[in-house]
Design a protein around this ligand. Sequence first.
Ligand code: GLN
Length: 505
Amino acid sequence: MSADLTRISAAALADKLQAGEVSSVEATRAHLDRIAAVEPAVHAFLHVSDEDALATAADVDARRAHGEQLHPLAGVPIAVKDVVVTKGVPTTAGSKILEGWVPPYDATLVERIKAAGLPILGKTNMDEFAMGSSTEHSAYGNTHNPWDLDRIPGGSGGGSAAAVGAYEAPLAIGTDTGGSIRQPAAVTGTVGVKPTYGSVSRYGLIALASSLDQAGPVTRTVLDSALLHELIGGHDPRDSTSIAEPLPDLVGAARLGALGDLSGVRVGVITELQGEGYQAGVLARFHESLELLQRAGAEVVEVSCPHFTYALAAYYLILPAEASSNLAKFDGMRFGLRVEPSEGPVTAERVMAATRGQGFGDEVKRRIILGTYALSAGYYDAYYGSAQKVRTLIQRDFAAAFAQADVLVSPTAPTTAFKLGEKLDDPLAMYLNDVATIPANLAGVPGLSLPAGLSDDGLPVGFQVLAPAKADDRLYRVGAALEALLENEWGGPLLAKAPELEVAR
Ligand code: GLN
C-alpha cells in the first residue's frame, strides 16, 4: 500500500487525497520511508525536513476534514532544489561557502507551494551554484543515477531528477540555466520543463546567470509537470523580469495532448541538433518518436538553425560573465562561511580572499576567472560583446524556425548517462552535454524533456520539445501526446523498466 503511494503520479495521488482514500500524512510518510530506504544508495537530498513535511501534511488533512476548498495538489509531497531559498531550512546551493546559512525568507515559488499545502520533503543535491552536468561538482558528494548507481544523474539538478526517478518524491523543483532541468530528466527517464524566461519568478533563487535562469517542474508524467508549472508560475512583482500576463492553459493542453491527436501541428526537426556527437541509440529513439508523432497526425518538417553551432561558445562567455558578478556577494561577510587568513593581518580583503579560496570549488573558480576575464576592459568587445551578438542571431534562428513549425524537437542530450568520474577532469567534455538545451536559454524560449525509450546500453534517452516564448502550452500538448503513444508501445511508463534499487531496511 505505502509502496503504491510512492509509485503513482502526483495527479493520481491528488485524486486519492481528494477522494479521502488516503491522507496526506500517509502519503508523506510513505515518501519519507522511501527516502530513508534509498538515500544511502542514491544521495539525492542534502537536507530532509521530516517534521515540517509531516506538520504540513497533518494541517492539510485537518483542513480537508473541515471541508475547506483546497488546491488540487494540496497534500502531495514535493522536493526542492537547494538553490531555492527556504525560510528556516538550510540552503547551500551545493557550496561550502553557504554551509550553515539559514535563509530568513522564502522564494516566491516556495511561498506558492506552501500556500497550496504541498509538504516539502527536503532540499535536493546539485552541482555547486548549478554549474555542471553531472552533480559531481556538489561540495557534498555526488548523487547516483537510480538506473545505474555508477552513473551520473545529470546536472546541475541531478538531485531533483534522481529523487523523482527513485520514487522519493512525485514532484520536484529544478532550475535550468543551460539545461539543468532537461538534461537530468533525460538521463534519469523523468520529465522536466524549463518554462519561458520570466514566467516563473526568480525571486529567492540563488542566481547563477540572471538572464538565463528559470525554475521549473521535474516529475514522472507530462500532466504532473503542467500541474506544478501552473502552481509555481505567473506574475510576481518582486521579480523585475517577471512577465505580467497569465500563463496559458497548461493542464488543459496536457489533457488535450493525451488524447493523441496532433492533426494540424507542425513539428520542426532541428538539423543542427543531431548527427555527429550523438549516440546511435539516442538518435534511433529520437527518430522512432518522430514516426509516432507523424502517425498521430503531426506534420514533421526539417528546419535549420545555423547559428546553434555557436550557442555553446556564446553561453560559456555570457554565463561566466553573469556568474562572476552574481557570486561577488559571497565574501565571508554576509552569508555562511567566513575564513580568516592563517597568518598576517585580518583585513576585510584578506578575509574575503581566504573565504572564497576555501569556500568555492574548482568549477566555480574556473568560471569566475573566465567571467572576469571576458568582462575586463580590453577584452569586453571581443568576448562578451561578440557572445551577445551571437545570442541575437540564435534568437533570430528561433524566430525563423517558429515561422515554419509550431514546435521544434531534438534529442535532449547527445548521450545517455555517463559513468561517474568519466568527464570530471575534462570541463569541455562536460560542457558538451548541453549542446541541445542551451539555445533555449539564450533565447528565453520554453523546453520540455520526456523519456523516449532506452538506448542500446539500456539507459534512458530524452526527447526535447521547444516552443515559442509564452506558448508553453504547446510543449504540454505535444509532450503528452508523445508520452501517451510511447507508453502505449511500452505497455506502461519507461521508469517501470528501471532496476529495483537495493533497499536498506
Ligand atoms: N550544465 C550547464 C552549466 O554547467 C547548465 C547549468 C544549469 O542549467 N544550471 O552551466
